[in-house]
Design a protein around this ligand. Structure first.
Ligand SMILES: [Zn+2]
Length: 273
C-alpha cells in the first residue's frame, strides 16, 4: 500500500475500499448514467463546500475558473461539485452530485464543469481523499511549465513533500489538445501522476490538490500558491534551502491538526456571521 501523504486513517481507508467495491458490484452492468441520487448529503458538508468555493476566490486560488469537490458523506462512490460557474458565486442550490465516472445524477438542467473528470478519477483510486481542488493559480504555473521544482519553503507547506509531480497531458491527449481534462482517460492519467501525493502540477494548465477534508484541501490549495510565490522570491536572491522529506512529513502531521484555525479566519471574510 503506498504511503499516504494525507495522513489517512487506515481503518477509514479500509471502510471506503469495501464501500467502493460494493458500489461497483451493485451497479447494473453497462449502466451509462448513475440511476438516482444518494441520500441527501450532510448540510454541514454542503455549507463547507459553498464556503470553500468562496474562500478559494477570496484567497486568489481560483478566479472565473477552477473548482472544488467533496466526496459524498453518505456514498463514497459519489461526489459533490458545483455546476459550471464562477466559484465565488456558488450557492447550495448549485451543488450537483456525480458518480465516479463523473456522470451527473441530479442535473435538473444544470451544466457540469468540463473538467469534472479530474475529481471522479482521483476519487476512484484514492479512497483516503475526501476533497479535491483544481485551479490555475498563477504563481504555481512557472513550476508546472519549467524544470524548476516546487518544494516546501516552510513548515506550512510540508504537504508538498519532496515536490509535486508534473502531469504531461500530451502523453494521453496528444500534441493538439485544448489542455483540458475533458474525459475519463485524461482524468485517469492525471490521477496516476498524482499517485499518493497531495498535489500535482499540470503542465500548461494549473494544479490539483487532494486531502482528507474540505478544510484540508482548501489549506493545501492556498498554501501551494503561497509557497510558489515565496519560492519565486527566494530564487531571485539565491538557492533555496528546502525542507527535507522528513521535515516536510513531520510538519504536515502537525499542520493537519490545525486547519480549523485558518479556516475560521478565511470563512468569516466570505460568510459573515
Ligand atoms: Zn483547468
Amino acid at each position: 500500500m503506498p504511503r499516504c501523504p494525507c495522513g489517512c486513517i487506515f481503518g477509514r481507508r479500509a471502510l471506503l475500499v469495501s464501500a467502493l467495491a460494493a458500489a461497483a458490484v451493485s451497479a447494473p452492468v453497462g449502466r451509462a448514467f448513475a440511476a438516482e441520487p444518494a441520500a441527501a448529503a450532510d448540510p454541514a458538508l454542503i455549507d463547507d463546500l459553498v464556503a470553500a468555493n468562496r474562500i478559494l476566490y477570496d484567497q486568489g486560488v481560483v478566479d472565473g475558473f477552477g473548482h472544488i469537490s467533496a466526496r459524498h458523506n453518505k456514498d463514497p462512490a459519489r461526489y459533490l461539485l458545483s455546476r459550471s460557474m464562477a466559484p465565488a458565486l456558488v450557492t447550495a442550490a448549485d451543488i450537483m452530485e456525480f458518480d465516479l465516472d463523473s456522470n451527473p445524477v441530479d442535473a435538473r438542467g444544470r451544466t457540469p464543469y468540463l473538467e469534472r473528470f479530474i475529481h471522479g478519477e482521483i476519487y476512484k483510486v484514492r479512497p483516503d481523499v475526501m476533497a479535491i481542488v483544481h485551479s490555475h493559480s498563477p504563481a504555481v504555473l512557472p513550476f508546472a511549465d519549467t524544470n524548476v521544482k516546487l518544494k516546501p519553503m516552510n513548515h506550512i507547506a510540508g504537504f508538498l513533500g519532496d515536490g509535486p509531480p508534473v502531469f504531461e497531458i500530451r502523453a494521453t491527449a496528444g500534441t493538439a489538445s485544448d489542455m483540458l481534462v475533458r474525459n475519463n482517460d485524461i482524468g485517469r492519467a492525471l490521477a496516476k501522476t498524482l499517485g499518493a501525493s497531495s498535489v500535482a502540477l499540470m503542465r500548461g494548465h494549473g494544479s490539483v490538490a487532494a486531502a482528507q477534508s474540505v478544510k484540508h484541501v482548501v489549506f493545501r490549495a492556498i498554501y501551494t500558491e503561497v509557497n510558489a510565490r515565496t519560492e519565486i522570491q527566494a530564487l531571485t536572491i539565491g538557492k533555496p534551502n528546502f525542507l527535507n522529506e522528513k521535515e516536510a512529513a513531520a510538519a504536515m502531521k502537525t499542520n493537519d491538526a490545525l486547519v480549523d484555525r485558518p479556516w475560521a479566519l478565511w470563512k468569516q471574510r466570505v460568510v459573515p456571521k
